[in-house]
Ligand binder design. Structure first.
Ligand code: ZN
Length: 447
């Protein structure tokens, strides 16, 4: 059923109002609950039909779950996600406009959260409100899931996912932040691409430590605790973990090949045809390409010893790892121990979460996302890739095979750099396109 919905005016003003509430989850202690509660109230004011036609549940203090009943019974729902907390602003940063003013200028809305993730939230809520105004009912049930502590790895997103799971609900589709519409995504590739995250890397922070006899440094043993830990860290080269290309990569390259010029066309076509080669080539390229095909290792801290001339009784190094798709924290720690191969060295996991599995990029869910992109960003091709950052959707990915990460907004390199940085802003024309994306997606859900 086509809705014939037409968008309400002033989407930029609604986003501006959201930005004006400083929902900084990392500063909850100093700012208190007030901005978060005010945000929940603001949503009631901005989206009256959402609040009358959908049921709202509060899950923990920071999770909002809206349920929109579809026309068909007993079908698996779509879960559309965003988060309304933001990261802090460094007071000394030279913003063009105050970061919590929601300033509108030159066709942009400025402020913390404009892209991450209040912009993606406003386009979703606007689409639902517009469809409700037109009297539309979706074919499947839809849940809108909003977390208020995503940036601090809080539990709202996890509790929402658990709640649906406990109720025996397995979503047909989960869509959260992650990818975006970007320009010239790879060398030699021209034009725009909607990058859909079909998986996200995991994370592990481990402490590598050793102990040794103390004493005066004039009579040292062959290896002190500092020496032992250093040796262990040196062994952790990028080759510690095997490179393996997710299925998304050959697909991505095959889609990019016809859009490439010069040597790129041949290169991408060849790589797409030989998946085993991708892992090697990407690993050799380093940087983001390498990060897509294997677990990365970054030693971040070192400590040990108490004085210049005293043998250290202990030393340790902290290593931050981003796990390749399908890898577990436990398996990663095991591999590190094996690589280090020293019984005197302890490898201890401080924190971590497993990488997600990979969602298919050839099913009806991916096709629906592609169709919605065609409506909102007709100049872009829709391409699967691997998201480097963690999102709340990882809790759904534990039990929902069709979890995707994409915010339907065009972001150039400069704008992407402003996420978590200075002068975060979104084009008003992109908010309008983002609303169209979600409207098309929701209308296209068939039971
Ligand atoms: Zn975010």
């Amino acid at each position: 059923m086509a809705s014939n919905a037409s968008p309400r005016a002033d989407i930029a003003k609604r986003l501006s109002r959201m930005i004006q509430l400083p929902t900084v989850s990392a500063e909850l202690e100093s700012r208190g609950n007030t901005p978060f509660e005010a945000f929940v109230t603001l949503l009631e004011e901005l989206y009256p039909l959402v609040h009358t036609h959908l049921t709202r549940e509060r899950i923990t203090d920071f999770g909002l779950l809206f349920h929109w009943r579809g026309s068909a019974h007993n079908t698996d729902p779509a879960v559309l996600m965003a988060h309304y907390d933001v990261v802090p602003v460094d007071e000394s940063d030279p913003w063009s406009y105050p970061p919590f003013e929601g300033h509108i200028a030159d066709g942009f809305v400025y402020g913390r959260g404009a892209l991450d993730d209040k912009g993606p939230m406003v386009v979703l809520l606007d689409a639902v409100e517009n469809l409700l105004i037109a009297g539309f009912t979706p074919a499947r049930d839809i849940y809108l899931s909003f977390g208020g502590n995503e940036e601090t790895f809080g539990e709202a997103g996890e509790r929402i996912a658990d709640t649906l799971h406990e109720r025996g609900i397995t979503p047909w589709l989960v869509l959260d932040e992650g990818g975006a519409v970007v320009d010239a995504p790879l060398p030699f590739v021209s034009g725009k691409a909607a990058m859909i995250g079909v998986g996200e890397k995991g994370l592990a922070t481990v402490r590598i430590s050793a102990r040794s006899e103390g004493g005066h440094s004039s009579v040292p043993p062959p290896l002190t605790a500092v020496g032992r830990v250093s040796r262990a860290v040196t062994k952790l080269t990028p080759r510690t973990f095997h490179a393996r290309a997710p299925r998304a990569i050959p697909r991505m390259l095959a889609l990019f090949a016809p859009r490439s010029s010069g040597p790129g066309r041949m290169l991408y076509r060849t790589l797409a045809a030989w998946p085993w080669l991708n892992a090697r080539v990407f690993a050799t390229l380093g940087g983001e390409a390498a990060a897509m095909v294997r677990t990365t290792i970054a030693p971040t801290r070192l400590s040990g010893g108490t004085a210049n001339n005293v043998l250290p009784s202990q030393a340790s190094a902290t290593v931050n790892l981003r796990l390749a798709l399908g890898e577990t924290v436990e398996g990663t720690a095991r591999r590190l121990r094996k690589r280090i191969g020293d019984k005197e060295v302890t490898v201890e996991v401080l924190e971590g979460n497993d990488a997600s599995p990979e969602s298919p990029s050839d099913g009806p869910q991916f096709a629906l996302i592609t169709e919605a992109v065609r409506a909102s960003h007709p100049e872009a091709i829709t391409v699967p890739y691997v998201t480097m950052a963690a999102t709340d959707s990882r809790y759904f990915h534990r039990y929902c095979r069709h979890t995707y990460r994409f915010a339907p907004l065009m972001m150039n390199a400069e704008q992407r750099a402003a996420v978590h940085g200075i002068d975060e802003r979104v084009a008003i024309s992109e908010l309008e396109r983002g609303e169209l994306f979600h409207r098309t997606l929701i209308e296209g859900l068939s039971a």
